[in-house]
Design a binder for this molecule. Structure first.
Ligand code: PLP
Length: 445
């Protein structure tokens, strides 16, 4: 469909985009965080066309959602067929085959699975709320632990667990009570005496055992520890290898539910179906959303069967597990299994290598990190000072857009690359070429 990507035909935003943004400004909640004026009307794969006919190379996948690319023909067909059959019947009160078909597929993809049960909802934040309720219901304990830098969503429970940006929490108190936060291991920004990644993770684990569990809360009162296997909104922070096994050990010792928030890192993005599988650990409960249905709204909680034993009426959702979304998810998982997870691993490594090669020549690139297609570049004022440079990061988003490359920030000073898992090596090379040029442009502004 698109012979040239990107293809920017005019100064941006074009006239039609300007008109849409004007109407948007008038009627849409100003709480949204649009970084640049991209007004999409259609897409295919990694190509995203705006309302004026400009074509962009999309390295955002709609914030790590379009796992199979824009409008994958097989996913479109699955959605159309499901919609033509029936659009809704409420899976909480009636049965339909695709719900259990999808639940079985998810269970079979779970590390340690398939003795799992699945609860369906509509979004990431709803999945986290369900995890909170399930962990409390199962353990009868009140306390929840999560990590500095984490993002779990925008509703009250998930917001209270989140600790990535104060603006997400400001003027919304009182938050959920009985939530404690601890540090997440971030080797690039650790104190100098913690001179190996393992020491950084050990230090964080020691805080839990020696401070939190001794001074703040008895571990016997903790229902769950919520962890992103790779921190997403916090900056695509990859933890040291001893982190998740250490948390697993702690949780097992004290009967605490280990909840893996795989909303951003899951569904094959990191080169494994679930990111926590990179460290060989099993979670008690897993939260999924984003990539699960290639853009249809769907969330899922996957728990060990012995944990998800709550009786009828304890939790449900009218729209959760909608048949159209479930059909899109079934087709998405088939595509992931047929090669997209392997592609994420292979092209992800290729893309990381290219970014690392570029970073060698750029003193403002502090670190390139990530796994599979969950990659980030951290911008600093200089490599020696490691001082964060959010201004340059923000400028790069803008200059990249002007060149036809869609990228997004994460954390204070990082650019993330979270493209569709269909990306080719050629598209990855093009993205790095455009990104390098965009950084040069931004450094001149
Ligand atoms: N958890 C993680 C790790 C996320 O990245 C996000 C969204 O960015 C959420 C939860 C919330 O998901 P949603 O926006 O679908 O509510």
């Amino acid at each position: 469909m698109y012979s040239k990507v990107p293809d920017i035909k005019m100064p941006l935003p074009g006239p039609k985009a300007k008109a849409v943004i004007e109407a948007d400004d008038k009627f849409i909640s100003p709480s949204y965080t649009r970084g640049y004026p991209m007004v999409i009307v259609r897409g295919q794969g990694l190509a995203a066309e705006d309302v004026d006919g400009n074509v962009f190379l999309d390295m955002t996948a709609g914030i790590a959602v379009n796992a199979t690319g824009h409008s994958h023909p097989r996913v479109v067909k699955a959605i159309q067929e499901a919609a033509a059959n029936f659009q809704h019947m409420s899976g909480t009160d009636f049965y339909y085959p695709v719900q259990s078909q999808l639940a079985k597929m998810l269970a079979e993809h779970t590390p340690g699975g398939p003795d799992r049960k699945v609860f369906f909802c509509n979004s990431g934040t709803e999945a986290i709320e369900a995890c909170i309720k399930l962990a409390r219901w199962k353990t009868g304990r009140p306390w929840l632990i999560s990590f500095i830098g984490s993002f779990h969503g925008r509703t009250y429970g998930s917001m209270s667990l989140s600790a990535s940006k104060a603006v997400h929490r400001t003027r919304f108190a009182p938050h959920l009570s009985n939530v404690l936060h601890a540090n997440y291991p971030y080797p690039y920004r650790a104190a100098p005496h913690l001179d190996t990644p393992e020491k950084v993770a050990d230090d964080c684990l020691k805080y839990l055992t020696d401070t939190m569990f001794k001074r703040l809360v008895n571990p016997d009162e903790v229902a769950a520890i919520f962890v992103e296997p790779i921190q997403g909104e916090g900056g695509y922070v990859v933890p040291p290898d001893n982190w998740l096994p250490g948390l697993r050990e702690l949780c097992t010792k004290h009967g605490i539910m280990l909840v893996a928030d795989e909303i951003q890192s899951g569904m094959g993005r990191t080169g494994k179906f679930f990111a926590h599988d990179h460290w060989g650990v099993e979670a008690d409960i897993i939260a999924c959303a984003k990539g699960i249905a290639s853009g249809m709204p769907l969330g899922a909680v996957i728990a060990k069967s012995e944990i998800m034993k709550w009786p009828p009426g304890t939790h449900a959702s009218t729209f959760g597990g909608n048949p159209i979304a479930c059909s899109a998810a079934v087709e998405t998982i088939k595509l992931l299994d047929e090669g997209l997870v392997a592609n994420a691993a292979a092209v992800g490594e290729h893309l990381k290598g290219k970014l690392e090669a570029w970073a060698k020549g750029c003193d403002r690139a502090g670190e390139v990190r990530g796994k599979g297609l969950m990659l980030a570049v951290e911008f600093v004022k200089s490599r020696a000072s490691k001082e964060k440079d959010p201004i340059l990061r923000n400028a790069v988003e803008q200059t990249a857009f002007k060149r036809g490359l869609l990228i997004l920030g994460c954390g204070e000073n990082n650019i993330r690359f979270c493209p569709s898992l269909t990306i080719t090596k050629e598209e990855a090379d093009k993205a790095v070429e455009l990104f390098a040029a965009a950084v040069s442009d931004a450094m001149k502004t």
